[in-house]
Ligand binder design. Sequence first.
Ligand SMILES: [Zn+2]
Length: 485
Amino acid sequence: MKQSIFTLFFFFISLTAFSQGDGQGLVKTLLDETPILEDLHELCDQIGGRVTGTEANEKAVEWGLKKFEEAQVKAWKEPFEMPRMWAERSALASIKSEEAKWQPKIACRAFSTGTEANGLTGKLVFAGKGSTEEFEKLNGQAKGNLVLIETDVMSNLTELFLEYINAIDVEANAKKYEAAAVVYMSSREKKLLYRHLTSYGIKNDMPMIVMARDDASRCQRLLERGVDLELNLKLDVQDEPAYFSNNVVAEIPGTDLADEIILLGAHLDSWGLGTGANDNGCNVSMMIDLARQINALELKPRRTIRFVLWNGEEPGMFGSMAYTQQHEKDLDKIKMKLTVDIGSGKIDGFFVNGRMELGPVLAKWLEPIEDLGPFMNIPDPIIGTDNYDFLAQGIPNLVGKHDVYNYCADYHSESDTYDKVNAKNLKENAAIVGWLAWTMANDPALNFKRHSRADIEKIIDKFKLERGMKALNLWEGWKDGSRGR
Ligand SMILES: [Zn+2]
């Protein structure tokens, strides 16, 4: 009996050894010393913040390309059109009143319009949390003035998501009641500023800023005591028409299943306040290290493993959208899309993005690396990163789920810098993603169907994605068929 189990055991090992042995070697190599942190340092400390369309972003594209080439991995650029160029040059504010004069610290929301050189001046009016009721109570005072919107402190992913959702009504009201500008109280403490899209995304056509929480609450206290405040905003932005940007693509060709693709990606661009370290430089470095180590070990996957450093993600996932459009005829070949974009907290599972059938298979794939776990996979769809257009095209897709670590506090803010990246987690995450990519590239059992539009609609309904898609400017494109299957 003993002996037969022994024999069976070795039989099993030899059946799966084609992938597992190599996969274990890859895991070990990725956990050993690699240049992953040195790459991250170059990207964040030398190149810095990388707003799509800026010189720094173009430098980052060349840098990414060079990194793959130095690792002797075939790589190229794929140009795509970005609908609008936007970057902040400077943003200054000053408060004037009989009682108080000071310069609050501010930053433009993405795609905020700029102001004339002498700035936009108006009364600052407190509009509470920005609900219709609160705007109504202002009795027409919002019109032509700058409205201050109170926020709660954001401390987790759910609250971050709510921040995006709440903006839909706040901004619609600001327009309806004809405010001259929206002034958001920063949802982070200690003077921390951040930048991301408004609910109008690239179509935003009014000045919108974030004011340091400390300054904004000082304004609120004064306004609530009946003090009149005049606010002057000087917003200098680079705001130009459509232009071309580039994704960076690299690939390890497959062998007998070369026509089937496992697509891995992380976005290269960032908003420019910090240096885009946890969002998402660390995972860009991970992609480069995975390609480098697979190639250095001379591993030959059965399926092609393709890596994309996405561009134009922050302004609205334009690089990944363009990829699905430009490669429309080849989308059936993509057997899995895996996105890593939630910082350097430890990966403790994956979002299966509404594809429930992926869960059990994924759990099995992760079993052999349980010592890097535990892993818990989550059914809910993520729609705010580069998996979205693949989900909307019906392609099976995963997003790394991380212990949030310090992701939320530094999200899109000045403090998202190299020193916030957890190096130990990043190495382990690389090993987890490397193992998974390798397994998916070799397992004959990987065969999930591409969803039809009706299947995708079911996911949208089941997980009530409509409002989130509206907040992220995705709903219109899905409804009119210009974005998605
Ligand atoms: Zn990101």
